[in-house]
Write a protein that binds this ligand. Structure first.
Ligand code: SF4
Length: 339
């Protein structure tokens, strides 16, 4: 399982003790750095799985970058690591549009001897109504998108696969303390919410490790450069974090950029604000937010990057030599993204 024995620090779990290491892989620099850290620590790629949660579900893009799925697949292929996609059916838009309906089932891929099959779970909850965007807040009960579209999806796919029973699983995520005061309070190592190690009937040992919790952004870009991995196009367009393209936490500059180079998307979101009569920021419309910012110059000057961002194919190299590797325009930029 291991190429070399890794250095084990007080905050590093005994990686050899796990049957499976699953990385919550958004395609952003932090989950990428977490994956690269595992590989650099000597973990054999054969015991790693990547799991990507599609924010927009199985339908057309609404909030997210169109190319993200293809980018994640390109990374997985490059390292020869399996990737499994999962989502809440209908994604962000269906959840936001609930009007007296239960939250949608979760769809996830499961490995088989010959490939993958698709399974579903949930969908029998109590009826509820949202008819507004999530609130721009750290509290996940009102900023429901992170919980319903990512955290709960990972939990459901673990709880609904017997292959995790009587095994030791390590869930790896890429949150860093530097990103926000809320994230600074996260533990580096804890039991995962799906852990059932004490159960007599269905035992499941699941730990949750945040290996780069203490890293600064420079350290993140350093490891990506060492591996020569080309960052997601969002960073090349000026975004400093890979959240959804139209993340509710978007800065004035980001909304201004979307208005200028992804106008169709902007108008789609704007139409939903008008329909609900409740705006993302509650105090102003996205058009008013955009008016306070300036589009990222790199996005205005590089139509080929804009085209890549709206494509469903990653049709450029995924890796280059460390000497050729370029720090993207968005690196060390404004900290606009989920708290
Ligand atoms: S990236 Fe932003 S909009 Fe997307 S799920 Fe996270 S907080 Fe919500």
């Amino acid at each position: 399982m291991f190429i070399d024995a890794p250095e084990v620090s007080a905050e590093t779990p005994d990686l050899k003790s796990y049957d499976r290491i699953i990385v919550a892989f958004s395609g952003g620099k932090d989950s990428l750095a977490a994956l690269l850290h595992l590989l650099e620590s000597g973990v054999d790629a054969s015991c790693i799985e990547l799991h990507h949660h599609n924010v927009d579900g199985d339908g057309p893009v609404f909030m997210d970058w169109a190319v993200t799925r293809a980018y994640c697949e390109a990374i997985a292929d490059f390292f020869g690591i399996p990737i499994y996609f999962s989502c809440k059916l209908g994604g962000f838009e269906r959840e936001m549009s609930r009007d007296g309906e239960a939250t949608a089932p979760i769809k996830f891929e499961v490995p088989t001897e010959n490939g993958k099959v698709v399974m579903y779970a949930g969908g029998n909850g109590k009826p509820g109504t949202r008819l507004k965007f999530p609130q721009v807040a750290a509290d996940l009960s009102v900023r429901w998108c992170s919980a319903y579209l990512k955290i709960d999806v990972m939990a459901a796919l673990i709880r609904n696969q017997d292959r995790f029973l009587n095994k030791r699983t390590l869930v790896v995520t890429g949150e860093r303390a530097e990103e926000s005061t809320a994230r600074a309070r996260y533990l580096t190592m804890e039991r995962h919410r799906t852990d059932l190690r004490g159960s007599e009937k269905k035992a499941r040992h699941v730990d949750h490790w945040r290996p780069i919790h203490g890293w600064d952004e420079g350290k993140v870009w350093d490891i990506i450069r060492r591996f020569g991995i080309v960052p997601h196009v969002a960073y090349q367009l000026g975004w400093s974090r890979l959240s959804c393209m139209a993340c509710i936490f978007g800065s004035p500059n980001q909304w201004a950029t979307i208005l200028h180079v992804f106008r169709e998307r902007f108008e789609m979101i704007e139409a939903r604000e008008a329909e609900f009569g409740v705006t993302i920021r509650r105090s102003e419309t996205i058009r008013q937010t955009a008016a306070k910012g300036q589009p990222y110059p790199v996005a205005l000057e590089n139509p080929e990057l804009v085209a890549l961002a709206t494509s469903h194919e990653w049709n450029v190299p995924i890796a280059v030599s460390p000497e050729e590797w370029l720090l993207p325009a968005g690196a060390f930029g404004e900290n606009a993204g989920p708290t």
